[in-house]
Design a protein around this ligand. Sequence first.
Ligand code: AHG
Ligand code: MN
Ligand code: MN
Length: 333
Amino acid sequence: MSQAADFGLTLTQHVMANQGSHPDARGQLSALLTQIGVAGKLISAQVRRAGLIELWGATGDTNVQGERVQKLDQIANDTLVEVLTRSGCVAAMASEEEDSFIEVSSEQAGDYIVVFDPLDGSSNIDVSVSIGTIFGIYRRPENEPISLDSILQPGRKLVAAGYIVYGSSTVLVYSAGESVDCFTLDPSSGEFFQTRANVRMPADTTMLSINECNAPYWPSWVRPTLDTLKTRNTENHRIISSRHIGSLVVDFHRNLVKGGLYLYPVDSRTGRGKLRLIYECNPLAYIAEIAGGAAMVDGQRILDLQPSALHQRVGLAIGPSSDVMMIDRLSRE
Ligand code: AHG
Ligand code: MN
Ligand code: MN
């Protein structure tokens, strides 16, 4: 038997095999997911060579959110914009690195709207720590011209979402509503092969991810809640351990596979969270829920929040359902 026969389905094979069962199946969604895989390969290739070809460091610009733009942020953004525009599947897109949404010309426009964080965890680029791309896909509203409202859809309307982690290997994770599946890039063939099928988030929290140095800015419920979680560890048995990379998508991926809780509470200095509802929280909340987990803030399901602005930031608790619900209850007492 050839070695290739031992590999899982390719990303394209998986997407095509599932398109029949998807209510949105018209071929375009499959083509779009496949093209996101292509963008992931292109970005991965740049990430892997970053230190060698002078892609470390900042561009000297700040983005609309006042953050320093790293060279790889810009490259990842431009790659996605270009690949998605050419795909013929996208009517408009919105990126964390763009001031406003981008409408695709009518000759190239398709049925979908794509939102993305081109490179999440940019502060980790120059120190060779894992980073990723996060994306969400909505249908364009029918019979109306594209406007800001076409993009400001609540996360529960996502038709697919996922992310790509550029870590010790490059892994693409996606769901179109039925299951969460993982694909690992084989660098020698340039193909994504399925390496995990129908991932379920473990019900018990074994990992806790939070930036503890933000304690002075936390709401009062956070510290006692963390203390309660830590009481699960006894003298003889450690149940829960701290893991925080500082790239949300990578922290989330580990937590999805191993059972972990990620918290980024509202910050008292700004009165809001740090993470972006549209580009970060919604796609990951969608994946978490399909895998059996949950994502909440202030008594609301993340996916039910109605976005009011493109770059809106919110607090986030995401992970195993029972602990997200427990945290949500404590945060409202
Ligand atoms: P980005 O690199 O896309 O701007 O996102 C950074 C986010 C997220 O990835 C990470 O978990 C979080 O910021 C870390 O923030 P702190 O440094 O405040 O912990
Ligand atoms: Mn990010
Ligand atoms: Mn980013």
